[in-house]
Design a binder for this molecule. Structure first.
Ligand SMILES: [Zn+2]
Length: 282
């Protein structure tokens, strides 16, 4: 296995001018092992549920692994009324090989202070379904106090919700906080995924977290089309660019900890394989 983009939105990338087919071709050309196509609402979940069929020709004969999720993004919490339909889609596809799990769900106190109670309701419903169906969750959190260690309300509220429901595995996607905030999740067996933000010069808290966190919890992602890593910062992001975030992480840990880059690469691959096998593992 080579590097995997554990979180991207090919449908949104396409709306910014790079077709799904082109993204997939570029990812294969960049020797990615695969990607996880993440849902943000009912519409994208429906798109995701058809993606294997739609691109089967392109994927035929290749080892490239395409996995997908379904869930309601916290910024779409006003669409709470679509949850019933979304959840029946999840039940229908639960045992499909390409279906990975639930998300993205979570809490976002940065983009909107509206619909906070809807966001919490939605997160809780997703977590309960995840426990019932033994599926991992992909968690999105944002806060106005993003870079003040220990003060991210969206993370502590999410942790509380996860503990209340109990016995769930998942990933903190596009992680932008401190070591201290990640560790309670890592202790539960969760993964922590770094996006292109890690490669930005001023992401000091994040660089610190990426060095301190145990190697066994780390994964990488693009969150494409958002947040393209250096040297493509400012461009439309796409899965192929995940290699830059991985290289940055390897270099950072090799420099600060003296870890062997080859060993880092192998462990991140193993972590990703473990994450991809979370479904049905409890
Ligand atoms: Zn996302």
């Amino acid at each position: 296995m080579a590097v995997f983009d554990t979180h991207c939105h090919l449908d949104i990338v396409a709306s910014q001018g790079i077709s799904v087919e082109q993204s997939l071709r570029n990812a294969m050309d960049a020797n990615l092992a695969g990607l996880v196509q993440i849902s943000t609402d009912l519409k994208s979940a429906t798109f995701n549920s058809r993606i294997m069929e739609q691109y089967s020709k392109l994927l035929k004969g290749s080892e490239f692994s395409l996995r997908w999720t379904a869930g309601l993004h916290p910024e779409a919490a006003q669409e709470l009324h679509t949850l019933d339909e979304l959840f029946s889609l999840i039940r229908n596809y639960r045992d499909d090989d390409s279906f990975l799990g639930i998300g993205e769900t979570g809490l976002d106190y940065f983009h909107t202070t509206e619909f906070v109670s809807e966001q919490k309701q939605s997160l809780n419903a997703h977590l309960k379904l995840a426990r019932e169906l033994d599926l991992p969750v992909v968690i999105h959190t944002r806060d106005t106090r993003q870079y003040e260690p220990g003060k991210t309300q969206s993370v502590s509220d999410t942790l509380q919700a996860v503990r209340d429901v109990g016995n769930i595995q998942g990933v903190l996607h596009c992680f932008t906080y401190s070591y201290e905030e990640a560790m309670p999740f890592v202790d539960l067996g969760w993964k922590v995924s770094f996006s292109g933000i890690l490669t930005f010069k001023n992401s000091h808290t994040l660089h610190d977290a990426a060095v301190k966190l145990p190697l066994e919890c780390l994964m990488v992602e693009t969150d494409a089309p958002f947040l393209a890593p250096v040297p493509n910062r400012g461009k439309t992001n796409e899965p192929a660019y995940v290699v830059h975030t991985l290289e940055f992480l390897k270099k950072l840990r090799a420099e600060k900890l003296g870890e062997d880059p080859e060993k880092i690469q192998k462990q991140i691959e193993a972590n990703t394989a473990e994450f991809l096998a979370f479904k049905g593992s409890r």
